[in-house]
Design a protein around this ligand. Sequence first.
Ligand code: ADP
Length: 195
Amino acid sequence: MLNIILFGPPGAGKGTQAELLIQSFGLKHISTGDLLRNEIAAGTDLGKEASSYMDKGELVPDVVVIGMIKSKLDAHKHAKGFIFDGFPRTVEQAVALDNLLNTYNMPICGMLSLEVEKPELICRLLNRGKNSGRSDDQDKSVIENRINVYHEKTSPLIEYYKKQGKHFGIQGTGTIEDISVRIKKVMKQACFDKL
Ligand code: ADP
């Protein structure tokens, strides 16, 4: 099994690159942002709880997202592998993910970290907000808060995966194709025995 984490701040291009990777490697894409937006669209209790955090650019509680991930892993036990996008976002989520994957004997092979500077992120997110209809992409103060939350709660995961020898930094600027080539090169390096 080939499990990778696509990591990076909001607007780094994780979703775009995940789409290209699933086409190339036949992996299952798990985006917690998409799963949460599906819950909101379906009007579930979970969705109602989640939107109160997402509207402000805060993280949804760990217990909620970890539960969602667990049911996705259970439902796709026989997948060739997973691309985690937008998860884990806290150390607690990373520990829970390691524990879950260990029970299936299918550890993470690499954390591919897309690196993009803040002004570029803000510009990309405001642009996405014009077309996507995502309200959290239309308000500059919500975007700023998401980036701050990323630095405070999510970026410590870089150290977490570095300690496991699984962190790979990738320049996240340039054309979509350029970035995809860089990612595939790193994947061959990180997960060569599983490709
Ligand atoms: P982006 O990476 O552009 O912020 P996402 O779609 O990944 O977009 O996330 C949108 C929002 O959903 C986040 O701001 C957060 O409120 C919530 N969310 C997504 N994934 C998680 C997670 N793993 N833990 C907590 N909250 C999450």
